[in-house]
Design a protein around this ligand. Sequence first.
Ligand code: C2E
Ligand code: CA
Ligand code: CA
Length: 751
Amino acid sequence: MGRWAWRTFAVVGLLASVLYTLNVSVIVSDACLAVTGIGTVWACFWGPRRHGARPPGAWRLIGVVALLFLVGVMVRPVVTDLAMPLPLIADAITIPAYLLLCVFIAVLLRCRRSLDRHAVLDALIVWLGGALFSFLILAEPAAAIHDRPAAESFMAGLYPLCDITVLLLMINLTFTARTWPVSLLSFIGALIFVTIGDTAYAIVGLQGQIYGSPMLNVPFLIGYTLMGVTALHPSAVELSHAARPPVQAWSVRRVMLLVPALAAPFALLLVTGGTPAHRWIIATGGVLIVTTLLVRAISAVRAQASAQRAAEHQARHDPLTGLPNRRAISAEIERRLGRGEVWVFLLDLDGFKWVNDSWGHDTGDQIVIEAARRLRATMPESVPVARVGGDEFLLAYAGGRNEALSLADEIRGCFARPFPVRDTEIPITASIGISHAKDDGGSAALTAEALMRDADTAMYRAKAEGPGRSTIFDTSMHDEVRARIELEVALRQALAEGQLYVAYQPIVRLSTGEPLGAEALVRWLHPERGQIPPSVFIPVAESAGLIGTLGTWVRREALRQLGVWRRDGTVADDFYLSINVSAQQFSEPEMPLVVASELVEFGVPAPVVALEMTESVMVDGSSVTGRVLYELREMGVKLLIDDFGTGFSALGYLRRFPVTGVKIDRSFVTGLGADAEDEEIVRAVVAMSTAMGLSVIAEGVETRLQRDSLAAVGVTNGQGWLWGPAVPATEFAVHWHASGTAALAGRPEPT
Ligand code: C2E
Ligand code: CA
Ligand code: CA
């Protein structure tokens, strides 16, 4: 209905206007007037409510306006036809309607946030010009007409002034319009037609008439219809929407609006400058207009200055916390350099990503704001605190070492209390990197940028040591960083140039030494540096985001090899391959699908594949990790916990995740036969695993003594140099061929 209401209304209204113009009979004309009038009143009350136009109070005003106009139009012929004409009664109804219309438009402008001082002053200037004009040209001559009361004529002449006022407000509405919805266009149209009608009346009034012919009502009918359309059209809601950001104080359009107003006094002087009284009125009006224009100019300059100040503040401050930003504090540090010792503290909240992931970004923001508040409240006034990244803060201090260190303690103190969030409290710590520039000539060369970068390096080192630590930068860190970056570059190259290969270490049955499977271990033979151990390059791959590529390559290569071995009979049908997988790889939701397709591609059944992961995967894994693990297990792949016993002793995850076995870490195996405590631990692990139905493999078995101790506590499978190190595939096939196993059992230990 909403879509058709305004169209139907527009058609009916226009038909009524045409009929009225044809002037068929008094009854038809009155009916047309009634239909349009009552229809518009109904539309103005009903339409906005139906579309939920805001603010509802203002839209009810427009209903009242329509009602008052209607009553005014109906009453006017009656009161002017009286034996003693009383047109003032009609005016008393119509003038308040204009006032309410002004209020309505003003409220809309307010909602659109476009009722700024300039707009109001512009309106005042144009209004003054218009007032001068309509007073001298229309109202005053009308009042001079002899055969009726001056007040009546005067009122009749003032209607165009009312219209000018309304139109002015309207122009403001259009100046700030980004789009031109039907409602806006029809509203403008309505006011234009009403103005035409009023001006026509005023001109007729100059000839001494107050109520001319019914023809004069046609513009009102059309204006009325358009007002109804405005209220009925769904775009009425847009009229109160916030307009585009502040309109320029001066613009060509605005100046063009002011020019006629400024010209009004001069034009009037030429036309009606006859009497001294007129000249006085014109002069006063002119002075008022010029004064307002001056006020307007001053306020525009002021507004520009304050806008500039706001922009400057914005450029140097962080919008979320209101603290200075990186640029601002960098300048601050620069200023302190060379005037004594300067210390820079870089804070990074620990586990902030985890907070964002599990509580949402709003909560993250809340924590950042609270951290900023605590830091600013705790630090002395002379210590600038800036926010330089999502969860990073930077502080600068000029002074001695001891004070700087106690400042670091105070910073840490800010995180002693947990952070209240919604209905819980989250403990948050910060890692702090500290750098400093001494007062001597040498470090005077240090720039603020360099100090901040060093603090960053130190912060990463602090993070590596665990949450809530702080570290002071020293130059050796630079070398480490450089070495790490070089290694990263070399690793990318290694991946691209095929310097990596996979080595296989047998996993055997302790009692017989027969191979049950093998662990695939990646090897890197660097053309110049020789073998680089995975304990060196795997962490680099992880932090450089290369572990996905590397891991996928190792997995594909290992599965391909297993497929070949299975087909050529190198290994038995139940011989399995154990592949190491990093935590990051498990957070890839596509991973199970990829593995499944690789199994098909290389002709390897899922049960002869085991994936090894460290406890950290389960301890701080996301919900994605959990799903990935379940999907892999569903496929039939084995899931083993690597380095078992070295990580978190929270064993609950063993039951929460679909794990199939554990690998006892080498550190517990080493002491077997000599260290009673290690033996107890291994015994406990075996007991627990058996109870939970998990398989157990002992890692790093180097001696017969260790092997026998393991067997004594019930471990059946092992891996280690006692049986052999990880060797390239061809070598593995030679030594561990399924048919020759027995002969190879109990080989001498490598040195
Ligand atoms: P890990 O998974 O615990 O692998 C076992 C490590 O112990 C291997 O070191 C292996 O060569 C070594 N080892 C085996 N038997 C003995 C023994 O009897 N005595 C001693 N002292 N050591 C033994 P490697 O190959 O240097 O690997 C180090 C670590 O690098 C691995 O520890 C694993 O965490 C990681 N890694 C290796 N390859 C990959 C891979 O393809 N992907 C991922 N994500 N990590 C890998
Ligand atoms: Ca492993
Ligand atoms: Ca291990």
